[in-house]
Design a binder for this molecule. Structure first.
Ligand SMILES: *Cc1c(COP(=O)(O)O)cnc(C)c1O
Length: 353
């Protein structure tokens, strides 16, 4: 079966990167203990401990929804609440899984600023109600890079985590695009995780070029108690775990995760720069990771789709997301730009509708 040409709909449209594929191939032969007692799982966990420069607890799940919701469930009781942004994946795209796996923990929404939580809004929300009748805030969940393609600086994370501590909240980071954030920040990963106050990170593997799989990394190890049972009960304990873990080894061993993420970010920058010569197209959020968000008129969006391009309507009716992946080619970006020029030459500017 033929796969079709490159698209900008999502980074999970992309295939498997060579390093992950080679590691999977070399794990293919012979027998190995099941359920995570294999050398690949041990090696992948050790590599994560090296990258974060700390003795963290590591688990592998099949997808991000499971990683996030099981991690959050391990932070909360059913009568607690989780604070997150209005556009957080855990709120808008997980079908209530965080609430389900925590047996009813309520999600409370914080006002957001370009997809980011403001530290000040934490105190405001926690202080609004402190009586027995309201679900007690116990965790904060933030996304790095955010759903709108922006990035928290280490200092911003520190301020948020400080507010979280003040109110007795644990800090969860949804890192579905953690690699893109890491490549963009260019700092040691510890600086924007545990040193900044993050207790548990869901490190996305799928979108950075793995076939499947996410890592749940507990920096505060006490929170990982009995987490293996949660994974098993939720159907997230892989029996042939080595095939979930091996691609991580290939990806982490020689820094491929950062190289591929940096490439995806650079392709988004190429798109952003190319669009800057088109006054009819308004960029909605700062370009910081591997996406560009645009406010497109229905005419322009329809014309682009008519030319075969796929992209998501993301924020409201006119907000469109263009996402780059580890394998996005410069020539694909340039073809999209050429089509942008074509369709906007025929359409009125963004300000007129
Ligand atoms: C893709 C994504 C996830 C994980 O989604 P799954 O489809 O469950 O793997 C989690 N958070 C964010 C912000 C994402 O973009």
């Amino acid at each position: 079966m033929e796969t079709s040409s490159q698209q900008f709909a999502s980074d999970n449209y992309a295939g498997i990167c060579p390093e992950a594929w080679a590691a999977l191939e070399s794990a293919r032969h012979g027998h190995a203990p099941a359920y995570g007692d294999d050398p690949w799982t041990a090696r992948a966990s050790d590599l994560l401990r090296e990258i974060f420069e700390t003795d963290c607890e590591v688990f592998f799940t099949f997808n991000g929804t499971a990683a996030n919701s099981l991690a959050l469930a391990s932070l909360c009781q059913s009568y607690h609440s989780i604070l997150c942004s209005q556009v957080a994946h855990v709120e808008t795209d997980e079908c209530g899984a965080p609430e389900f796996f925590s047996n009813g923990t309520k999600i409370l929404l914080l006002p957001t600023d370009g997809g980011k939580i403001r530290a000040g809004s934490i105190g405001e929300t926690v202080s609004r109600r402190q009586d027995l009748h309201f679900p007690k805030p116990r965790a904060i969940s933030l996304t790095q890079a955010t759903e709108t393609g922006t990035i928290y600086q280490p200092a911003e994370l520190g301020t948020i985590a400080e507010a979280a501590r003040r109110y007795g909240l644990s800090v969860h980071m949804d890192g579905a695009r953690f690699a893109n954030a890491a490549a963009s920040l260019g700092r040691a990963p510890r600086e924007f995780t545990w040193e900044a106050g993050v207790d548990v990170l869901c490190f996305g593997g799928t979108k950075m070029g793995l076939p499947v799989g996410e890592a749940v990394v507990f920096f505060r190890k006490a929170l990982a108690a009995e987490f293996a049972y949660r994974c098993k009960q939720a159907g997230q304990l892989a029996s042939k775990m080595r095939f979930l873990a091996a691609p991580w080894v290939g990806m982490l061993e020689n820094g491929a995760w950062l190289r591929h993420a940096a490439h995806a970010n650079a392709m988004a920058e190429r798109l952003f720069q190319g669009l800057s010569t088109l006054p009819a197209i308004r960029v909605v959020y700062p370009r910081q990771a591997n996406s560009v968000f645009l406010d497109l008129s229905p005419d322009v969006a329809t014309a682009l789709r008519g030319l075969g391009w796929r992209f998501y309507n993301f924020i409201g009716d006119s907000g469109c997301r263009f996402m780059c992946a580890w394998d996005t080619e410069p020539a694909t970006v340039d073809r999209l730009l050429a089509d942008f020029h074509r369709v906007t030459a025929a359409a009125p500017p963004a300000s007129s509708h």
